[in-house]
Design a protein around this ligand. Sequence first.
Ligand code: 5CU
Length: 391
Amino acid sequence: MGFGDGKVVDIHTHMYPPEYVKILESRTTIPLVRSFPGSSDPRLILLDTEVPILEEAEAAKSRGEAPLNIPGRPLTKHYSSLTQKMHFMETHQIDISVVSLANPWLDFLSEDEAGPIAESINADFSRMCEEKCGRLFFFAALPLTASQEVILSSIAHVAGLPYCRGVILGTSGLGKGLDDPDLLPIFHALADARLMIFLHPHYGLPNEVWGPRATENYGHVLPLALGFPMETTIAVTRMYLAGVFDQVPQLNMLLAHSGGTLPFLAGRIESCILHDGHLHAAGTKPKKTIWEVLSSQIFLDAVVYSDVGLKAAVQASGPEGHERLMFGTDHPFFPPLGSDEEGEWESVTWNGAAVRKAFGGAEDGEESDEGKKVRGVMGGNAVKVLNLRRD
Ligand code: 5CU
């Protein structure tokens, strides 16, 4: 990509280690992996919106027919191969990646299996990072369906892994969302261990929101372009309203997809709080404003594909907002459809171009203030915030 002498860091990049793929292959409900006649790769089926097509495809397969519509997305080697991740990094001149397990993480495991599987998956990530020492760091996965004791001991375990820089978290938390008071000890433990929470969506919005034409006609566009960002926005707003940022002031979060729609809607959230009779009478208004939280406890990734969203993200993040934004790719999701997956991905070049454009078209090699900001977003901020150095 050519970002001068500054390091390019990808903080939003996923993998499913082979052990996780095996779990998905053994499942009968989503998330799962299935093979179908007519598709050379197995299919990864994750989203609720994919269930009707999955059911039709399973029925066709049981009749010995190739399905008309193949559900999900191809599970290519990009999802589990470390060699492929390194190839992707070379192709796009990415120096360092902070990898994380992709959605839906360990959310679907039983209470008993969650702890041991989390330990083994996190050990896998740790091994990959050690093998590529200095080029890979990771956000660990937590066994959120296990007991609080097991979750806390998992946090203590990952905090001691040399390449772990935080945890990836979905919006369901322990099953009741991120404003659940039972999560407070976990948030305190993460803050005390100085582990960043990378908040990522998976569940989207209820299928009815998309209307009857969506499944057959609109592919994954509505749940991914709109459902994911709204889910993140709602989850973090619920945390804010519950006073989590007041109660755990050292908690740091990195929000996927530039915070969903949070930068755009922060003013409206403030206004609704100011005008809310219930909050006023109960005295339960959050102490910090949402703007204060955005400029002190929240970081945003730059995975929004346009300078328009990035400018909002920078502005919402306070006077030094450009230092709170970090480049990401979302690899291996969004592969190119019309060209070779071994080559350049538009999902990467679009995000890089959007960063440059957000800072007036500055090149990262420039000694101007804008050039320095581009270098920060492309990697410098991540190196500093996540301490991406080998000790
Ligand atoms: O294509 C998709 O479904 C996804 C997904 O599930 N997770 C993600 O991070 N990006 C795209």
